[in-house]
Every structure is written in C-alpha cells, then in structure tokens.
Design a protein around this ligand. Structure first.
Ligand SMILES: NC(=O)c1ccc[n+]([C@@H]2O[C@H](COP(=O)([O-])OP(=O)(O)OC[C@H]3O[C@@H](n4cnc5c(N)ncnc54)[C@H](O)[C@@H]3O)[C@@H](O)[C@H]2O)c1
Length: 314
C-alpha cells in the first residue's frame, strides 16, 4: 500500500515545521509547495538530509508546481502573509483571501479526495474561502486554531499549578483570536476542573493570556509569528485523520445548525478521523458561555461579510 501523502502549501515557518513534524513522526510523505522558486526545494532537501540521523523513511520533496502534489490525502494551507506587530488579523484578510483562493483551487484540483487543514489567518474567514474554492464537502475543510489555543491554555494552567502539562486538559470554543471562548469549567488538572483549584482572578488572567497568546509571541519575535506550537497542532490533526484516531479536538468546523449557528466556521469540539470531521460534539453552555460563543460567532460572521463585500467590490 502506498504511504499517505501530505501536501503543505507555504514553505515558510509554519509550513516547513509541519513538514518536519509530519515526516519525523513517520506519518506521511510530504510535498512542500511555495510560490518562491527554490524555497520549498531547498527546505525539503535539508529536511530529507536529516532523515538518516532522525531515522525515518518518509519522502520529502519541494516544488512550485501543483501537478507534483497530485493524489494527496491531506492538504495543509499555510501560505499567506504572517501577522506583523501592530497588524490585526483583519488587515491580513484581503491579501490572504486572494492567496488562499488561488492555492486551494490549484491544490484541490490535483487531489479531489483530500482533506483540507487551513492555517492561514484570519483563520475562520480563510476556511470560508477554502470551502468555496475547493468545492469539497464541509466535513473535509477544517481550520486549525482550537488545538493551538487549548495547548496555550494548558501550558499556562500547568505553569500556574506547577503540574505536568500531561495532566492538564483545556476546552476552548469560538473563533480564533480575541473572540475565543475558553471554558474553565471543562478545563482540568488531573481531571479536576480548574474552577476548583484556582481563584477566579487567576483563571481570568490565564484566559486573558490565552486569548492574546498569538500577539504575545508576535510582540516578542518582532518579525513574524508563532510557528512551533502551530505546527505541532496541525500535526496532531494530521495524525488523528491519517490514523483514524477519532480524537475529539477543538477545530474550526462549518456549522449547519449546530450550536444554533448556520453556515459559519466556528471553533467547536469535533471527532477527527479518516473522513475528516466525523461528528460535531455539542455541549450544553451556561448563559454566560452562550453569550460569549454567540459574540464570537458574530465576530466571524462580520469577517465573512466584510470579505464578501470586498470580493464583490473588487
Ligand atoms: N491558525 C493559526 O492558529 C495560525 C498560527 C500561526 C500562523 N498562522 C498563519 O499561518 C500563515 C503562515 O505563517 P508563517 O509564519 O508560516 O508565515 P511565513 O511568512 O513564514 O510563510 C508563508 C509562506 O507562504 C508563501 N506564499 C505566499 N504566497 C503564496 C502563494 N500564492 N502560493 C504559495 N505560497 C505562497 C510565502 O512565500 C511564505 O514562504 C500566516 O497567515 C499566519 O498568520 C495561523
């Protein structure tokens, strides 16, 4: 049986790190694609030359041609501009929408049966562009944000309590970024909700830091944004899909009545398996959580409407 193949569009920080993690975990052969000539080829060769030391047999290639990506099982889209200090996710939207539309059309045409994992920001809006441009069914278009946001929340919970990150679990809903909705009562250390372990103000501080997790790193790096944890997050999704693990992970999914939302990508817990999103897991929300979730969904709707207006006016 041929090995699975993952195409990674965008050989920048996130894309190259995804390629490295996917190959080094022996999950799949990887094809790196970028618009810049030589960049994906050079990074792919460098990664391939690490294989004898790391000890894997995955094939890693780089290309500027979508024909070389044909028959992929998963397409990860990271191409676009990264956020610079002082630049909001919205500023990026119009430029990245054009890039995402073009790369998704080309990649999906070569791999009509693939599953798309979107990474490019603004994430929730780019998922809409990708759904339209790919012509895929909604369960095969998935946005990566919640896995990263909950990993950040877990990191801060573990640090605060002085416990292993492995003992923590975090639950995050809603859109990516400022409007995300962390759920402390479902976030645990050793199975105990953090609401029983930490003062309300401390929890609020951790939630706030999680919400601004991307911006915190942008401010430190000054040129570019986070990529190690984002790449690890994508790789967990790739693993769950290719190995049909059916992990329940927070991802941006196209809601069609779920959580009372219709026709919008919003972050919710989903079961990820070989068919993509195999189930949207719906949980009861308290009034406060429902309000925050609705606000978050409203922020995504605004982005999508702005995008539609920009496209119509273009
Ligand atoms: N969803 C998330 O949680 C999350 C997390 C981190 C980064 N991101 C986003 O991921 C994207 C990539 O981030 P990065 O740090 O890797 O940026 P980067 O600048 O390092 O890499 C982007 C790559 O895309 C390539 N590219 C641009 N236009 C292209 C096109 N038309 N076709 C093919 N390739 C093209 C560039 O040449 C570059 O190599 C950004 O939009 C960033 O905001 C999202």
């Amino acid at each position: 049986m041929p090995r699975p193949q993952v195409t990674v569009v965008g050989a920048g920080n996130v894309g190259a790190s995804v390629a490295q993690r996917v190959a080094e975990a022996s999950l799949a052969d990887v094809v790196l694609v970028d618009i810049v000539e030589g960049l994906p080829q050079g990074k792919a060769l460098d990664l391939a030359e690490a294989a004898p030391i790391v000890g894997h047999d995955m094939r890693i290639s780089g290309t500027n041609e979508y024909a070389d990506t044909a028959g992929s099982d998963i397409i990860v889209v990271t191409s676009g501009l990264a956020r610079q200090p002082g630049m909001s996710r919205d500023d990026l939207m119009s430029k990245n929408a054009g890039i995402v539309r073009s790369v998704v059309q080309q990649a999906a045409a070569q791999s009509p049966g693939a599953i798309l994992i979107m990474v490019t920001n603004p994430l929730d809006a780019m998922c809409h562009v990708a759904l339209e441009a790919s012509g895929y069914s909604p369960e095969r278009v998935i946005g990566m944000a919640g896995v990263l946001d909950s990993a950040r929340f877990r990191t801060f919970i573990a640090e605060e309590l002085g416990v292993s990150v492995a003992s923590t679990h975090a639950f995050v809903l809603g859109g990516h970024g400022d409007s995300m909705v962390p759920l402390p009562r479902y976030s645990t250390a050793g199975g105990v909700p953090i609401t029983e372990l930490l003062e309300t103000e401390r929890i609020a501080a951790l939630v706030d830091r999680t919400r601004n997790g991307g911006a915190e790193i942008v401010a430190l790096l000054k040129t570019g944004s986070a990529f190690y944890a984002p790449a690890a997050s994508v790789t967990q999704m790739v693993d769950s899909i290719l190995n049909d693990r059916k992990q329940v992970l927070p991802c941006a999914a196209f809601l069609q009545g779920d959580y009372g939302v219709d026709g919008l990508f919003v972050g919710v817990p989903v079961k990820l398996g070989r068919r993509g999103i195999e189930e949207i897991v719906e949980i009861e929300l308290t009034d406060d959580e429902r309000r925050a979730f609705d606000e978050s969904a409203g922020a995504v709707r605004e982005l999508v409407e702005t995008l539609a207006r920009m496209s119509a006016g273009a």
